[in-house]
Ligand binder design. Sequence first.
Ligand code: ZN
Length: 161
Amino acid sequence: MSLLSINFKYPLVIPHYDDVYFMKQALQEAEAAYKKGEVPVGAIVVVDNRIIARAHNLTETLTDVTAHAEIQAITAASNFLGGKYLRDCTIYVTLEPCQMCAGALFWSQISNIVFGARDQQRGCIALKTKLHPKTKIKGGVLEKEAAAILKRFFIEKRNLN
Ligand code: ZN
């Protein structure tokens, strides 16, 4: 088939890969956590505009306080890459990482952390957790959406008790 015979009836849709696009993917993971009754936090790992890991919080499902979205995402990304370092990778996470996750991200030497909602009580910025010198961090991407799903979860939980 020659290039000329490509059917242009449907325009080629080239997704616009930016922080908002990828945060939406992380929010889909948060939604999946929500449906399982987990605190709705989602994370994805991206390298060269390619999503190599998708994960969400599983602390209830696995009865494991370490099963945060970021930890699951780091493990999945490392498995995919076949290496323990996540250099050149970006993690998109719907909530500011906690100290444990910031510590794990430190060890991964990840290039970028992009988060949605801030966590004034337990977040790594709020608590001044040390990140790897090679890691850049940025917050507030789709902050409202990321905060809204958490708020919805905690309001519903309160109403059940
Ligand atoms: Zn965490």
